[in-house]
Design a protein around this ligand. Structure first.
Ligand code: COA
Length: 191
């Protein structure tokens, strides 16, 4: 992974969190999180059932950061160093940032997702101010939508999801600004 050395290592400290680049050393912790049914209650089919799936995810995150200079972070508690989850922004093929977060269930409800999301929106704006920060959220996940609203995103679209979501669940796209028709089309096509 020599090319990783070409990208400045980022460590961001927020009030309670340390946010660092995802690395291969995080695969086991990320796999434990992504294979936990409690973090997939809104989309049970998304749960990772093999370590290879998590390895692919981590590799994609590393590749995105190398290409674009910013990507999702590993989230740890600043005081204890405990792994809390992952979150942040990844640049998509649709020319928009995708904001996402997944935290270990025992650490939900403390405002950590909001803290990560704020840092991610700030980092995205600082790096590429003209690129919208967007997110996709299922309608059965109000906690996630609440986080998006708290960090300044607003719902810009709702329609059918292409994920294997439970019956009757739709997808919403959220954004920090008005999107072009092409950006909206991309989000709807990848909902
Ligand atoms: C979504 C998730 C990241 C939220 O993490 P968190 O650290 O608990 O979030 P926060 O504490 O920062 O904020 C949650 C907000 O949702 C609200 N909330 C929680 N459950 C809710 C519900 N059922 N309905 C409406 N709002 C809800 C909370 O009150 C809080 O809002 P507030 O700060 O205005 O009170 C976490 O639940 C998670 O990891 N879930 C599994 C993965 C996931 O769904 N990821 C997002 C995929 S789009």
């Amino acid at each position: 992974m020599v090319h990783q050395l070409l990208v400045p290592q980022q460590e961001i400290r927020t009030g309670r969190l340390v946010l660092t680049a995802v690395t291969p050393a995080d695969i086991d912790a990320v796999h434990e999180l992504f294979s936990d049914a409690r973090t997939w209650t809104h989309l049970p089919a998304g749960r990772h059932t093999s370590r290879a799936e998590t390895q692919d995810l981590v590799q994609r995150k590393i590749g995105g950061r190398v290409r674009h200079g910013l990507g999702s972070w590993v989230v740890r508690a600043a005081d204890s160093g405990v792994f809390l989850g992952i979150g942040g922004v990844d640049l998509t093929a649709g020319g928009v940032w995708n904001l996402g977060y997944r935290l270990a269930p025992e650490h939900h409800g403390h405002g950590y997702a909001t803290e990560v999301a704020r840092a991610a929106v700030d980092a995205a704006h600082a790096l590429l101010p003209d690129v919208p920060v967007t997110a996709r959220v299922l309608t059965n996940n109000p906690a996630s939508a609440r986080v998006l609203a708290r960090v300044g995103l607003a719902q810009v679209w709702q329609g059918p999801t292409r994920t294997a979501a439970p019956e009757g669940v739709a997808c919403q796209a959220w954004s920090d600004r008005t999107l072009t028709p092409a950006q909206l089309d991309w989000l709807a096509a990848n909902a």
